[in-house]
Ligand binder design. Sequence first.
Ligand code: ATP
Length: 276
Amino acid sequence: MQFQRLRLVGFKSFVDAAEVQIESGLTGVVGPNGCGKSNVLESLRWVMGANSAKAMRGQGMDDVIFAGAAGRPPRSHAEVSLTIDNAQRRAPQPFTDSPILEVSRRIDRGQGSTYRINGKEVRARDVQLLFADASTGANSPALVRQGQISELIAAKPQNRRRILEEAGGVAGLHTRRHEAELRLKAAETNLERLDDIGRELETALNRLKREARQAEKYKKISAEIRALQAALLYVRWNDARLAAEAAAAELRAADASVAETTTAAAAAQTAALAAQ
Ligand code: ATP
């Protein structure tokens, strides 16, 4: 991985845009004490995804933003861009096909960092992984700050092992394994959750089946009740109709007997008059 150019805006003492060309061979930065040489190295770590404010010699990450100086007001954001030559196509997917990679990190005061690779917003993890795969990164042993050599000598074996692994190029694999483990764990949690949901659905399904059976039974019984009510109403109607017919016949018979009696009475009256 060949770094070509580092561009800083508002990062620490670099209030104005500054560009550092990194040529092949040895590139040196020369300047008096306190002129910002360490800030350049820190900007390199920072753009590669450093997440420790302490390693940036600050209290919080916002401390990397230019804090103001005599006659210069503080800035509200800082941005560092690193241009990488990928002519040998060594960058991992999906960046393999880009001949140049432009990695940038921007921090806005109180709002945290945003990372971009070739203008497209990515996660901090993607940037860290890009550099880890190339056996470099914010914690690479290739970046040595002041006092670090004595710290390395005094380091715990575990930390030394990490440094050696990084130098041996397996750091990227470790990061990827860790990522894969996290994804596996997330998948397991999802599976457990799906099991729970499956059980809940089965219980609900059994309840619905029971309710459906009851509804079916209710429908059948309701239909039977309606049929019986219809039959009952028909029987009552028929009884009433027969009773009405019988009453009408009785009325007709009574009418006939009234007419007969009236005729007989008239005849008797006529006979009585004739006999006087
Ligand atoms: P030395 O040779 O002593 O190690 P150096 O050249 O490495 O020094 P740095 O330590 O990189 O210099 O830079 C320190 C300078 O950066 C200091 O002047 C400090 O005030 C300035 N500085 C650091 N952070 C900020 C910030 N957030 N805003 C403004 N200036 C800052």
